[in-house]
Design a protein around this ligand. Structure first.
Ligand SMILES: [Zn+2]
Length: 309
C-alpha cells in the first residue's frame, strides 16, 4: 500500500467540489495494488487522494518508458518519434538567438535535449531537470548538463532561460500553478514554454472515461486538462497563451485498449499487442487519431505559453 495524500483542484484550489468520474489501478506497470479515483472540477480531472512525494520511487519503476526510450528497445517507434519530435522542437526554437538557454523540465533520459543537440544551434546551452536518479544519470552520461532535482530545488537563477520544455510533465505534478510560477521566474521576459499534455477532450478519452483511458496512467497522472482549462491554468500562473492546439498521438489509444484487456484478464500475448513496442498498434492509432485531430479532438494538447514582457 502507498501513502496517499488529499489533493485539490489545480484551478480553484478546492477538493470538495469535484465530481467523481473514474477509478482504476496501475494497469501499465503494476507498481501497487491500490485503487485510485479521479474527480472532475473546473473542467480539469484530478487524482484524489494521490501518492505522497515519498512514494514516487515506487510508482516510477526503473523500466518506466520515459527513462529508456531507446532504439534497441522500441525500434521503428523510436525512430518515427525522434523524427517527428525533432521537427516539433525546431518549430518551438524558431527565432531563438545565438547562445540561447533552453531548459527541459522533466527531461527523462534526455531524449529531447539529445535531439536539440543534434539538430539545434551548437551555441545553445541545454539544461535538463530530472528528479529520478537513474534517468538523470542517463542525461549526464550523454554529456548534457542536468540537475537531479525537482525544479523548485534546482536553484536556477531568475530570468536565465529563453525556452522551457514541459513535455508530458505538467500532468505528473501535484501543484501545476506553482510549477508554472517557478518556470515563469526562470524565463526571461518574453521567454516561452513549449508544453504538451494529455487532452481530456480527446476522442480516446471518451472511450475509457470511467476506468481504462490511457491518459489516467494510474497513479502517475495527478492533474489533466482540456483546451479551455489549460488556458485557465496558464492565466492563473501569469502566462500568455501564444498557441494552443491538439496534436496526434497513438499512446493513450494504445494504453486504453491495453488496460481494458488487462482488466478482463486477457493473456499476455494479447495485451502485448497494445504496448509502446507494438508498431502495428501505434501505426493504426496514429491514423485514427489524425482524424480526431482534424476536428480539434486530438489525443494531446500542445501549447506555447509566454512570460509577458
Ligand atoms: Zn475546481
Amino acid at each position: 500500500m502507498l501513502t496517499l495524500v488529499e489533493s485539490v483542484c489545480s484551478i480553484c484550489g478546492r477538493g470538495d467540489r469535484g465530481r467523481f468520474v473514474a477509478s482504476g489501478v496501475d494497469f501499465e506497470y503494476h507498481t501497487t495494488q491500490d485503487t485510485f479515483h479521479v474527480y472532475r472540477c473546473c473542467d480539469t480531472l484530478f487524482l484524489n487522494p494521490r501518492p505522497s512525494k515519498e512514494d514516487l520511487a515506487k510508482i516510477y519503476p526503473a523500466e518506466y518508458h520515459a527513462y529508456e526510450f531507446s532504439a534497441e528497445e522500441y525500434g521503428i517507434a523510436f525512430k518515427a518519434r525522434r523524427w517527428l519530435e525533432g521537427r516539433r522542437l525546431m518549430r518551438w526554437c524558431r527565432g531563438m538567438p545565438t547562445g540561447a538557454s533552453i531548459v527541459d523540465v522533466g527531461a527523462g533520459d534526455g531524449f529531447h535535449l539529445e535531439i536539440l543537440r543534434k539538430v539545434g544551434d551548437p551555441t545553445w546551452r541545454l539544461v535538463g531537470i530530472e528528479p529520478a536518479v537513474r534517468a538523470a544519470s542517463v542525461v549526464a552520461s550523454r554529456g548534457i548538463e542536468v540537475h537531479n532535482a525537482f525544479l523548485e530545488e534546482a536553484g536556477l537563477a531568475d530570468e536565465s532561460f529563453d525556452l522551457a520544455l514541459m513535455i508530458m510533465v505538467i500532468e505528473h505534478v501535484p501543484d501545476p500553478v506553482a510549477m508554472l510560477d517557478e518556470v515563469r521566474r526562470i524565463l526571461r521576459p518574453g521567454g516561452r514554454i513549449g508544453l504538451i499534455t494529455d487532452n481530456i477532450g480527446s476522442m480516446d478519452a471518451r472511450f475509457g472515461s470511467t476506468r481504462h483511458w490511457g491518459g489516467y496512467h494510474f497513479p502517475r497522472h495527478l492533474n489533466l486538462y482540456s483546451r479551455d482549462s489549460l488556458r485557465n491554468l496558464a492565466t492563473a500562473a501569469g502566462l500568455e497563451v501564444v498557441e494552443l492546439k491538439t496534436m496526434v498521438s497513438p499512446v493513450n489509444w494504445t494504453y486504453t485498449v491495453h488496460n481494458r484487456l488487462v482488466d478482463r484478464g486477457a493473456p499476455e500475448w494479447a495485451t502485448g499487442l497494445f504496448t509502446l513496442r507494438s508498431a502495428p498498434a501505434l501505426s493504426f492509432f496514429t491514423a485514427l487519431d489524425a482524424l480526431a485531430a482534424m476536428t480539434g479532438n486530438g489525443a494531446l494538447l500542445r501549447a506555447v505559453l509566454r512570460r509577458p514582457r
